[in-house]
Design a binder for this molecule. Structure first.
Ligand code: NAP
Length: 290
């Protein structure tokens, strides 16, 4: 599944029948504060998206809930008509309320509406990849996903969605989804300091399913650890670079979608993720989240 690409660190991965660079881009940080409203610097946000594609990135992660609609519309303005190689992954299952909260919206009619909203705002006729977002802001919550997942399978049958995934899901929910229909990825919280999904990542790797960690750099609270700083210092790299390179080393099915609103940070992250880590570095880093 994983092949070497000379252009971006990590090479490529195939999601179903769609090949993407393992180094992708997460668009959430392009919306305004609290992921609500427009960005302060719209031209800067458009520049980040164009730079991502110029750097060779072919996997962009978004959601209609970001803004809402803000990141989808920025992606469309910056990149439509889309390069043939570009794959846009989106999420449904949560909306935004007037306080900036993320209430669930997983009834079949809400999911149909969300898929149509994503198609419209992204300017697409078919969505490459739709993740059903479960749980809440505190993390995954147990419970059956059958009703909402089956609703998405029906929209897939109707030709509106190419591939399905789940997000913010428990291992049991991942298994339940797979018993209903094939999934190509799981998008959950995971980084050097949050290792709850270690076993799940290994299982998915064996099954050829991608694992897409959200908050790879710690999200709203950047990763901080003395072990991370020590390894970064020894290698003359930034902690962010080490955190991304570690994820690429961790398993071949891990796809990166680090977020940034800065072209400089995007370039830094692409360069940094290619860092080679020795067995000694990996052993030291491995202790952080355990
Ligand atoms: N499924 C879900 O429930 C879920 C939840 C959250 C996120 N996501 C997805 O996951 C993606 C990644 O998450 P995220 O963007 O929230 O978190 P992240 O990638 O862990 O971190 C982004 C933060 O790191 C900073 N940053 C990035 N590169 C940097 C650098 N080189 N130097 C210094 N700071 C740097 C960014 O600030 P600057 O803008 O200043 O660079 C931003 O504040 C999102 O874009 C979204 O698509 C999904």
């Amino acid at each position: 599944m994983s092949t070497l690409s000379p252009s971006l660190p990590g090479g490529t991965w195939t999601l179903g029948d769609l090949t993407v660079t393992r180094f992708g881009y997460g668009a959430m940080q392009l919306a305004g504060p609290g992921v609500m409203g427009p960005p302060a610097d719209r031209d800067g946000a458009l520049a980040v998206l164009r730079a991502a594609v110029e750097l060779g990135i072919t996997h962009i992660d978004t959601a209609a809930a970001y803004g809402p609609d803000v990141t989808n519309e920025l992606i469309r303005q910056a990149l439509h008509p889309y390069p043939r190689s570009l794959r846009i992954a989106t999420k449904v299952g949560a909306v935004r309320d007037e306080h900036g909260g993320w209430p669930p919206a997983r009834r079949p009619e809400q999911l149909r509406h969300a898929v149509q909203q994503n198609l419209r705002t992204l300017g697409l006729e078919v969505l490459d990849l739709v993740n059903l977002r479960l749980g809440d802001a505190q993390g995954p919550r147990p419970g059956s996903l059958a009703e909402p997942f089956e609703a998405l399978v029906e929209l897939q049958r109707q030709g509106l969605i190419r591939h399905l995934g789940v997000s913010n899901a428990t291992p049991e929910q991942v298994a339940e989804a797979r018993s209903i229909a094939p999934i190509v990825c799981v998008q959950n919280l995971y980084n050097l300091a949050h290792r709850d999904d270690d076993a799940l990542i290994d299982e998915l790797a064996r099954e050829g399913i991608a694992y897409v960690p959200f908050f790879p750099l710690g999200g709203f609270s950047p990763l901080q650890s003395s072990a991370l700083s020590a390894v970064a210092g020894r290698l003359g790299a930034t902690p962010m670079s080490v955190a991304l390179a570690w994820l690429l080393h961790r398993s071949p099915n891990i796809l990166l979608i680090p977020g940034t609103s800065s072209v400089a940070h995007l370039r830094e992250n692409v360069a940094g993720a290619g860092l080679r880590l020795s067995q000694e570095d990996l052993a030291e880093l491995d202790k952080i989240g355990r």
